[in-house]
Design a protein around this ligand. Sequence first.
Ligand SMILES: [Zn+2]
Length: 706
Amino acid sequence: MAEGEVSAVPRKSLSWPSPLRGAASRDLAPGVALDIQSQPWLNPALQRPSKCPTLWVPISTVRDSIGYGYTTKEPCIVVMTLSRWLPITMLLLSSLVGSPAAWASDEPPEEPRFRWVGEVERIFPREFPDRLSGLTHWLETGPVAASPTGLRVDFAHYPSSAEVVSFVGELEGLYPDLVDTYEVGQSWQGRPIMGLRLGNEATGDPEARPALYLDGQHHAREAISQQIVLYTIWYLLSNYGSDPLVTHLLNTRTVYAVPSVNVDGNDIWLADDFLQRRTANPESSDDDLDNLLDEDPANAMGYGTYLVYRYDFDQEWADSHPDDPFAPGWQGHYLGSEYLGVFDEEGNEIPQLDEDDDGSTNEDPIGGVDANRNYGALWELGDANPASPLYRGPAVWSEPESVAVRDFVLGRPRIVTALSYHSGADLILHPWAWSGDEALPDALLYELLSRKGSQLTEGNGFLGSPHAWSARALYAAPGTTMDWLYAQGICAWTPEAYGASSIVFAERVDASGSFRVAVSVGVGFNPDPSDILQTAERWNRFTMYVLAATPHLGLTAVAADEGLLTLTVGNDGFIPVEVTVSATGAGGGVATETLPYLQAGERQVSVPYPGQPGLQSLSVRLAARSLAGTTNKEVEGQEVMLWIVVRPGPDTVWVAQGLVEEFTDLGSFFGPGGWLAPRVWDTPDVYHLGPPLVHEVFLPLSHSRS
Ligand SMILES: [Zn+2]
């Protein structure tokens, strides 16, 4: 589908109760993926489906921590069906098992994997048990920031890529001095990939300032990640001039944003296939390995539709759990399942065409390449199987989507920090993604900043999101955006912003042992439209914190005494910098001093100045080199002109107005603890497998204060 043909998506909530509502516990729904080793049905030695193609997946015990954070421990084996219609448990596991390159057996299907079992009436009840709602968090009604009115993106629906293009244009019209927009690339199917620059142009050149880079939706079905980036854009623009923190940040820093990297995937996800993850690369998607490409995709199976299964349990279990067949222990009473089809929210079946007449449907969908495995960060270690959801692509940088991000970032050398938003879990992930063992130069800084993120993401009904070393909490993932950004000297995170059960509901069929079970990854990875705003607001807090942590230098005071000029320099961000102060007098004399470490505080340097009476000028250059990331680089350089009047008697210094900016303690904007969260927000040890992080040694703030 070409850009422009994308139809607007109805702005409506789903017609049944939000799966997010109804409980406020940390319980996960349906016992899915928990305590795997104790589940005999997952033990291939005990039960291996004879007809069903299986993949033998060496993973570890998948352990639930908080929300959908998982970690791995001892090895075990899990059977996974090869079908595109993964039964629900496997669907959830599929995001956890790492590289399919490790899969040892891969038998082709011998017969159609599902068969029609008859009419299913009234698929979707208006109410369903709380236990099945699978919520990670219960969002209580609470204060949230204002949402826009009259614009194409309202944070009450998931927009098409065309709507986002319109929205971005509307913002540029509303806030011409604060935002510039660019087309940073074009997708495989020709859609524009939009980029924005936010920063007050009246207070200097935004390109010269230290900057934060934001992106979302590398993975199509993680649509909330685009909404989170768009919300922060909206928040910054609409609060400029009224909110003191926002105003200060846009006056002193720059934000670059690519709300959706995978714009093709966004529209495919909305309209045709809510399972879409990868790009729409037309040449790398022989998912069923039959030498044909994309020959049997899903039909009208977009967000708002559901896969429906019949799950069979023994009669005793069904009788004792009529409202909740997935109560703990269900696996021991599970007899099997059958796929029934795709249904809309009214319970109408959406026919799926067998477009290649091979007896299966939807076995070779559109695309593509995992855009978050296509970056030049140990790409070669990635998954080379084109049928894998984690396919790295035929070559590094093969995707126009990843190239667009690369070129956009490389063209902005002042980017110091970055957040690349995803969903499907609830975690604040930091490098490395490719290794859980390789030395992490900024482990302590990451621990401090991420811990604060855990604190900030709690509230308004949410639990704080655990923070973790990516490869330790999930699995090794080479070729990722985050690792590539970090390798450019950028302090980067991958927040996993939302994860819930993909089971929408289960309903017993009469008094039998059978249940109709509706499943949607669209629901599992993305909040109900009515909760987009609250979810985005939650993550906006962390984004604001990282933006404030982005260093910014200022000359905060000047004093003169007996031929010495004392300059006070502040970095009001938490990320430390090395500062070089160079003062050049009108007569050409130069004095240079280096402050090796300046973080959220002020330091003083003294430079001599000529003592003869009269008016003298002094040019002061402040330069900051970042001290985070694997490649330190100059992230700020500014010239300040001082006019000095030297008179007999006490020295007098006059500074041209506006050149000295008062130091602001930005930490005070972030609640209890300021910049730092207390240890109660430490990540559980399960996230720190491997060499332990040293919690006792933290960078003391006092170290940086004069
Ligand atoms: Zn993702």
